[in-house]
Write a protein that binds this ligand. Sequence first.
Ligand code: AKG
Ligand code: FE2
Length: 214
Amino acid sequence: QVPAAIYYIPNFITEAEEESLIQYVNSAPIPKWTQLSNRRLQNWGGLPHPKGMVPEKIPEWLDSFGQRIGQLGVFDGQMPNHVLVNEYLPGQGIMPHTDGPLYFPTVSTITLGSHTLLDFYTPLNDRSSSFDDRHFASFLLERRSLVLVREEMYSRMLHGIKEVETDTLCEKVLNLDSSEHSLGDTLARNTRISLTIRVVPKVLKAKLFFGKKK
Ligand SMILES: O=C(O)CCC(=O)C(=O)O
Ligand SMILES: [Fe+2]
């Protein structure tokens, strides 16, 4: 029902894996978090840059999930080298945007702790400028699920998460059949952590280590 392509896989990870991932995310040192106005985030793997990313090692607790997804072949055989961890409290979200050209045009996202609705918008055109008019589809991301956003849905359409505390499932939510919920349900949000796992194709040499190795 939408342009290519969205894949939604419920229960991609187990409850034990979810719990362990949440604990690792929450035990990162405070300076690892960047506080934005409506979410906070951890950046792993290096800072993507037009001239190339200086790669940094992704810790094993996180990288193992990236490897699992990469081995499915979703990045054309490449292994992911970048993860953004986002944390949203109920009422927080992210403005409609595209992820831009620094990434391979597939993003994979594991959802922890709470569901959310990921909303999609057509690009700005002459007929309409309001986000309400441009909102053409949503996907219910349940905890422990994996979602892949690729091709036109990645490159041309915008995605965002509304800043609300509850979600009522309407006709725009296109994956209710593969979820545990039904049309008309109202779901209260909890704290959600998303792992957005990507490939940054342009990479520079790893950071050199100066000084004595212990
Ligand atoms: O939290 C999410 O699922 C979406 C995050 C997102 O769009 C981004 O980090 O670019
Ligand atoms: Fe995004």
